[in-house]
Design a binder for this molecule. Structure first.
Ligand SMILES: Nc1ncnc2c1ncn2[C@@H]1O[C@H](COP(=O)(O)OP(=O)(O)OP(=O)(O)O)[C@@H](O)[C@H]1O
Ligand SMILES: [Mg+2]
Length: 354
């Protein structure tokens, strides 16, 4: 739990008016049992990060991306118009560790070429064990977000396989994508609502998720009444509602100020030590990657591939002061050096990319 201006408010706003039931836009086919935490007439409102996005788009994006429930299994490549066959290149040099069959998430020889001819990923091998938290750093445009989209089945590889071992997947974006007309509690409840969980249970789960992210007391606030850090906490809480076996993070803290960002890193790893999900965390911050992850993977410039991996052996939860520890700084320095060399020839340093 943290304190400060971006955390729990002293009080929630007063009782909401008693709105007529308004189905959540973009949730057609879904029974919305309780709409008392939505604000009538605000369904066209936007949060600062949602300019140009209609509520329907926001809701359907959320529906598609943040409440993914997977059956487990392996995504097969889908032939794409104009996609040339990609020759097999074998695993990255030094990727010696055999892929564990029980991996929570595994990319094997994954290529991704878009119809416009852009090859985003080339022969990516990476696996994440159950309960393992892996961070990925790499130059802008090297295919990090593409990797997550493949893991979440929002897209398919051109070649290779993506295996997701768990049954439930959480996805957190840089933009919190909250529904602006719904109060905090109702935003967090949404995944359970969409999957038909009864009101009492989903409410209890949402309150527990809000407790985990340090937002007790903010249940009745609207997204626009929250700071950026609070909105990101709500987004985290909402993703926790799926009780994910695998958690994907796409630069979730990138837009936050340094202090808020460090607090959220500390809270995330506390949550991690309570929940034990497998995580794949994309970031541009080497310090953030090293602080959070048990392994940091480095990708090359596009087409992205894994060229180095570094084990980070400090136990979780990690104290904030660890960031100033010489042993921590040494690992972060090695990651930085590999990142700088990322445009050059693949070379494996430290642990195995897989
Ligand atoms: N739908 C698409 N069609 C064509 N090209 C795409 C598509 N999506 C992504 N790309 C391209 O694929 C490459 C990888 O994109 P991606 O978004 O995965 O990069 P990234 O590593 O996440 O970058 P950043 O760090 O800036 O977020 C980029 O060159 C991008 O322009
Ligand atoms: Mg990206």
């Amino acid at each position: 739990m943290t304190t400060g201006s971006d955390t729990e408010p002293d009080r929630a706003p007063g009782p909401s008016p008693d709105p007529a039931p308004v189905p959540a836009p973009g949730t057609s086919g879904t029974v919305v049992e309780d709409t008392h935490d939505e604000v009538p007439g605000q369904a066209t409102g936007q949060t600062p990060g949602q300019a140009g996005q209609t509520p329907g788009q926001a809701a359907s994006r959320y529906d598609a991306e943040a409440t993914l429930r997977l059956g487990g299994g392996t995504a097969a490549p889908r032939p794409e118009p104009g996609a040339a066959p990609v020759p097999g290149q074998g695993p990255d040099p030094g990727a010696g560790r055999a892929a564990a069959p029980e991996a929570a998430l595994r990319f094997e020889g994954v290529h991704k070429r878009f119809p416009n001819g852009t090859t985003a990923l080339a022969d990516v091998h990476l696996s994440v064990a159950p309960g393992e938290f892996v961070a990925v750093v790499g130059p802008s445009g090297c295919g990090k977000s593409t990797l997550l989209r493949l893991a979440s089945r929002l897209d398919t590889p051109t070649a290779g396989t993506v295996h997701v071992g768990g049954t439930s997947l959480g996805y957190v974006f840089q933009d919190p994508t909250l529904l602006p007309w719904r109060r905090v509690l109702a935003n967090v409840e949404l995944p359970a609502e969409l999957t038909g969980v009864g009101r009492a249970e989903r409410r209890a789960r949402a309150r527990e998720a809000l407790r985990l992210v340090g937002l007790e007391g903010a249940e009745r606030q609207l997204p626009r009444e929250l700071s950026g850090g609070m909105r990101m906490r709500v987004s985290l809480a909402r993703a926790l509602m799926t009780r994910p076996d695998v958690f994907l993070f796409d630069e979730p803290f990138g837009a936050l100020d340094e202090i808020t960002r460090m607090r959220l890193q500390e809270e995330l790893q506390r949550i991690l030590s309570e929940q034990r999900f497998a995580g794949l965390f994309i970031t541009h911050s080497v310090i953030e990657a090293t602080f959070l992850a048990s392994r940091v993977v480095v990708m090359t410039a596009r087409p992205g591939r894994v060229v180095a991996a570094f084990d980070v052996p400090f136990p979780h939860p990690r104290p904030p002061e660890l960031r100033y520890d010489p042993a921590f700084a040494r690992i972060a320095g090695e990651v930085s050096a590999a990142l700088r060399d990322g445009a050059g020839e693949p070379a494996v340093q430290g642990g195995s990319p897989q």
